[in-house]
Design a protein around this ligand. Sequence first.
Ligand code: SF4
Length: 741
Amino acid sequence: MKLSRRCFLSLSIGGTVGTALTPLPWKLTDDMSIWSQNWPWTPVPPDGAYTYINSTCTLCPGHCGIRVRKVDDRAVKIEGQEGTPLNQGGGLCPLGLSGLQLLYGPRRIQGPLKRDGERGKGQWKPISWQQAIDEVSRKLADIRSQGKPQSLACLTDSDTGTVPQLFKRFLNAYGSPNFFRMPSVEDAYESVLSLTQGVDGFAGLDLYNADFILSFGSALLDGYGAPPRVMQAISRLKEQNGTLVQVEHRLSNTAAKANVWLAAKPGTEADLALSMAYVIIAQQKYDTDFIGTHTEGFEAFVRMVQERFDPQKVAAYCGVEADVIVRTALAFATAQKPLAVYGKGKGQTAGSLREALAVHALNALVGNINRVGGVQAIPAYDYLQWPAVMTDETAAAGLQTQRLDRARSPEFPHAQAIVHRLFETVNASPGEVQALFVAEANPCYSLPGSANVQEAFDKIPYVVSFSSYMDETAMQADLILPNHVYLERYEDVPVRSGTTRPMIGLCQPVVAPQLNTRHVGDSVILIAKALKGAVAESFPWADYESCLQEALGDQWDAISDQGFWAAAESAPASLDNGFGTPSGKFTLMDETIGAVYQVGEPSAAGDASEYPLLLMPYDSIRLTSRYVGGTPFMLKTVADTVLKGQDGFVDLNPETAAHIGLGEGQAVRLSTPVGEARVRVHLDDGVMPGIVSIPRGLGHTAQGPFLAGKGVNVNRLIAPVEDPASGLDAALGIRAKLTKA
Ligand code: SF4
């Protein structure tokens, strides 16, 4: 979609975003109670004493503070906890509000299960916890006795907090370097902070204090970062007449509420950012003090953008006119507190390292690094002061082997974990992984190329799932050791998005475990103890709770009472000593960064002559594609132009639809180089011509009757697009075609 000058969209909304958003949670709560009153398993609590427990929602990286109302022993309502740093107004998203459906709903796994038939066919035999722990420890002892400890891999949602770190510790003691976390925007931000600022940590984006937000595809009103906090920030921005510019290939909720929508072609965003840098430099609108005093490599950076990113050149292929690029760049550079934001959708993909660097360079040019309203680098959490891991000879040998994904090797030095490479390795060399632990992750559903992931699972001899739900990955397991759900367990969750100060949420039991489940931390400790020797000695704790209490130390009482711990508000790190680079300065350009900029963007897979369209997924706050799956309530909030009955829809520009001869609601076959599905068409002139827009979060094949069989899982139709600069998935969609069904 080429934007003409006249079409330059200035979508100032009549009221504030806050006005639009504020009633939503209450309306949704009301709808939920009306709609769900006929379910037999809906809580109908008897009268009794009302109590409230503060906890933390762990259903997404937002980690909102929650307050759960109970009547006697039964939880009856989840509401936002007032006064927490992340959701100060007490707001929650539809998933968080309907969390009781995840606690009391029927799709939970009742107790430990052992596969009792062909893998994936759903034939299970209930076993006791003792049998389950004995079986898994016997299997792991066997693999270890063959001298192959490195063939145990583990995949979890995150790598921070005691639970992921217990898994990592287990692998270290056992002898495997193959610990993986699911991909996210943090992968890119970690690399960017390391390369430019020499910081091992995460990016604190101070959206709340910014007055000009330039978002490169981030779903700021649809679940990015810490959603309630981000929505609050956008509401405040609007109230204070700030500016929101959204760069995105479709008129998403965020784009619709933005002052300016820049419909750039997917894959050209890095070039667009660098052409804005060109303008800021050419017009001398950069922060001369910050650039002169606190950066290195400015001259080389200038040479690069001058040679390659003249707005006239970039406009020819990115879909945004040159004068729009110039105006946006100047408006950004002359704002008081401009902030450029990286991360597509909800931030569940790493994306392009080149784009992440380019966006961060914009923040550096305007001097908004380690400043209020800018990007503040938050050092990694280091509160887990556990005794050293005991490593015997077998473990030491296993830990010397190369990671299966080659992350952190000279080939991919910037990546911590490249999950798609784990499964590619398994498919290419099946013997490399003898056993896999999966916790708080659903790779057979959530990863692009999920059919290949599932194929890899078929080749892994022993899979242990710790899922609370019968999700697509648990279906492929040999053994399921079901975890308590988040309302039944303790867990610390360090917050890494939506905050500019360190904060740890504490998820704590609101009700007693309802089923024969066990805390995943206890399962890990028991398996370690059953293995005996150095592995057992590395786990000195009697149980998970004592391990957690030791980790939180003298903060335990305060954090368990309040539900979270937050560092005191403090000024951002000083620019004079805030950079850990060899020069002590922000690195705009050096040899390593130059090599990243030199690498072009990869292109979406598929031959354009056979697949003339581009399939791009989008995120919605009404759907989730993370490990937990959605709730029945969430599905009821989805528009019938997204899901109607069992049919999922794709959004298509009317011009594109007319070209193919398609009309509103028509059933079509959507084909890509990796798969095909039957969908229906929704005409939407907010989608760029040539693009097929499809939601993430539908098309489950497991997770119970409320979710299974509804719509299409986009991950069956796309594949990872490996970013040559990082090895991570650049998430650029895939070529596609539509034919009449
Ligand atoms: S935004 Fe995330 S953490 Fe907050 S309520 Fe929703 S799912 Fe829970």
